[in-house]
Design a protein around this ligand. Sequence first.
Ligand code: FAD
Length: 419
Amino acid sequence: GAAVVIVGAGQAGVQAAESLRAGGFAGPITLLGDEPHGPYHRPPLSKAWLAGEVEAAQLVMRAPAMLAKKHITLRTGVRVQAIDRVAGEVVLAPAEAGGSAERLPYAGLVLATGATPRRLPASAVPGADAPNVLPLRTRADADALAAGLARCVETGLPLVVIGGGFIGLEVAATARKKGVAVTVLEAAPRLLGRVLAPVLSDWYAELHRAHGVTLVLNAQLQRLDVGDDGTAQAAVLADGTRLPCGLVVLGVGVSANDGLAREAGLAVDRGIVVDACGRTADPRIVAAGDCTVRQLADGSLLRLESVQNATEQGKSAAAALLGQDRPFTAVPWFWSDQYDKKLQMAGLSGGADAWAVRGDVASGSGFSVWHFRAGRLLAVDAVNASKEHLLSRKLLEAGVSPTPEQVADGGVDLAGLLA
Ligand code: FAD
């Protein structure tokens, strides 16, 4: 029968496969992944897995046997090198050099290829190609990083984190837990400046400093000094500051894996362009997850990198191949764990012109920051405040805005606004 091929065995790919089955698709489904492992959870890689607090079994997203039960064929260690849209086939990279390229026919194709961490080119930052400068995306990356941290514990040499985004800050928190000295370099004047309100950026800066992190904002990294053994031994800033290190982790963002789509002539713009239902311009090809950018009703493009986005788009993409419209309209949400603090974010805060805080930021207990534009609620960032997070998702979903004054007044029952 008509076969579906899914490229990428991560969050979005697995979701698409299972949603196809749940939606009644009875034809062959082949899930192709280029990593050696079956589907696993990425979020713990910077958190509990890196800290050595969970077993390998807890990383597993879907055991291969579970997929087999649903008649989903999982092939790991296989890389798709091209899409032949005319023939309706994907071309696999030969297993050995000079080998012949296997072709798999598809009636429907799901691109769920994820993203690749950005590297710093050695031409811009000399030394950035040293072997102890590590990215973090895959389980293999996390294991290399864990080994590097273990060496830092032995040698007493610090970790330098380049980039104060979520992944960099989570790695910093995990390294501190292990007793490693940590320096975080952030080029912007505040942490997580594109997503958080200033009050929360400042709070995170304080949190990390209180845990002993050396935090450099407005950091202009000039080079990494490399020793005789080829490894980076210090980060050097434009002002001459020299920060010694035994290990460097890069947290400077990702680029979408949109090369296959681009080479096949599909629209890409820092990601594979899809509509709200996960469709590309080719009716046989859909895409989901970190590899995509979603075209919104006003024509603008939205890039999200989150488990929820991969899951929702995976469901939409499967529905689209079954001829159904399942637009992704859910309120976006995301979380981050650092030390004993759980951040839960709902909505999109871009363009906010006002903020209100609920709870006491200084107290150390839970609080939340509410973002508004022209009086309308846009997004809520809750720290150790799961109740407020869930409530905010309900308010955003219902399109109900409290006023900033109501938010700031702990005596006002915001849930009452939903009645
Ligand atoms: P991926 O999970 O990256 O899966 C894509 C797969 O496709 C990969 O295995 C890739 O190797 C494979 N692939 C690519 N090209 C090919 C090819 N040509 N042939 C075969 N296979 C290919 N999100 C949250 O919401 N909360 C968090 O707390 C959080 N923490 C994170 C921590 C870390 C360290 C990382 C790295 C990510 C975190 N994320 C978090 C983000 C979240 O993990 C991603 O958004 C999600 O995994 C995206 O799923 P995906 O299926 O689109 O891509």
